[in-house]
Ligand binder design. Structure first.
Ligand SMILES: NCc1[nH]cc(CCC(=O)O)c1CC(=O)O
Length: 305
């Protein structure tokens, strides 16, 4: 079988596309990589929350999935909206990488107790820093990992806050100065997993091969719960919601929540449910988080953005 693989052209996106390509080829299939430039790749000077439109990194790719010009699209699972446009689905999730956020620096002695400056543009990371490390300053930093490291080395900040998964894939492990605890920095929904998106019109044969070759069932259960949570919270990528599900035997343990932009109020709730009820668990989490004050935080944030 032949699979045309659509991807953005960034180094991280390409790494993920090659990873998927490798898996399919080892299973005896033919592949071709098609690089697609998206609106999000062209607009580099405006923060994503201000571009405003959903799917700035996915629209052009989905257009090619819809026509059948490509068979699959490879994405970081955490970059995917919780509600895909009509006709699209995430058909497989790769086995999850370590989910933690990490601090990357050219200086190996980063002391979080000192008033250092950290580069990050993620509302979740900024608010969490304000909550647990209020003496730390943050500065907005954009661009791919390579660009961010260069900006740091030029003096913009002492260190940058990133997902371990991306840092590891780009082989910057030796610059990791500190791994943040998932008790404080509960990751973004989907962090660390690679998602395969298809259009519903793709042939059943191909869909079956994709699931068999690329899907990690354990990761999928967790991502179903996390994405159901995100969907019910109606949180786009600029809203600091977080959620982490882990499989313990046949049940899912999940911790999820939301934090106010100023870091003052952090709501996090833990629940456990059978893996088969993953979606129900995500929705239940959202209901409880909203009831515990999350609704108020969400409303405030939507007014501010
Ligand atoms: N927000 C951008 C983004 N999307 C996926 C990753 C890394 C890979 C992953 O988390 O799966 C990153 C970089 C980061 O957050 O540091």
């Amino acid at each position: 079988m032949k699979f045309r693989i659509g991807t953005r052209g960034s180094k991280l996106a390409l790494w993920q596309a090659y990873f998927v390509q490798n898996r399919l080829e080892r299973a005896g299939h033919e592949t071709e990589i098609v690089i697609i430039e998206t609106k999000g790749d062209k607009i580099l000077d405006v923060s994503i929350s201000k571009i405003g439109s959903k799917g700035v990194f996915t629209e052009e790719i989905e257009a090619q999935l819809a026509t059948g010009a490509i068979d699959i699209a490879v994405h970081s699972a955490k970059d995917m909206q919780s509600k895909l446009p009509e006709g699209f689905e995430l058909i497989a999730f790769s086995k999850r990488e370590k989910v933690n956020d990490v601090i990357v620096s050219h200086n190996s002695k980063v002391d979080l107790q000192q008033p250092i400056t950290l580069g990050t543009s993620s509302t979740r990371r900024i608010a969490t820093l304000k909550h647990y490390y209020p003496h730390i300053k943050t500065v907005d930093i954009r661009g791919n990992l390579q660009t961010r490291i260069k900006k740091m080395e030029e003096g913009l900040c002492d260190a940058i806050l990133l997902a371990y998964a991306g840092v590891h894939r780009m082989e910057y492990d030796d610059k990791i100065a500190h791994t943040l605890s998932t008790k404080e920095f509960i990751p973004a929904v989907g962090q660390g997993s690679i998602a395969i998106e298809v259009h519903q019109n793709l042939s059943e044969d191909k869909k079956q091969v994709l699931r068999y070759t690329l899907n990690d069932k354990k990761t999928e259960y967790c991502l179903i719960a996390e994405r159901a949570y995100l969907k019910y919270m109606d949180g786009g990528c600029s809203i600091p919601v977080f959620g982490l599900a882990t499989l313990q035997g046949s049940s899912i343990e999940m911790e999820a929540g939301i934090i106010s932009l100023d870091g003052q109020t952090r709501i996090a709730i833990k629940l456990t449910e059978e893996a088969a009820e993953a979606e129900k668990l995500g929705i239940l989490m959202a209901k409880q988080v909203l009831k515990a004050g999350g609704d108020k935080i969400l409303k405030e944030i939507k007014q501010q953005l």
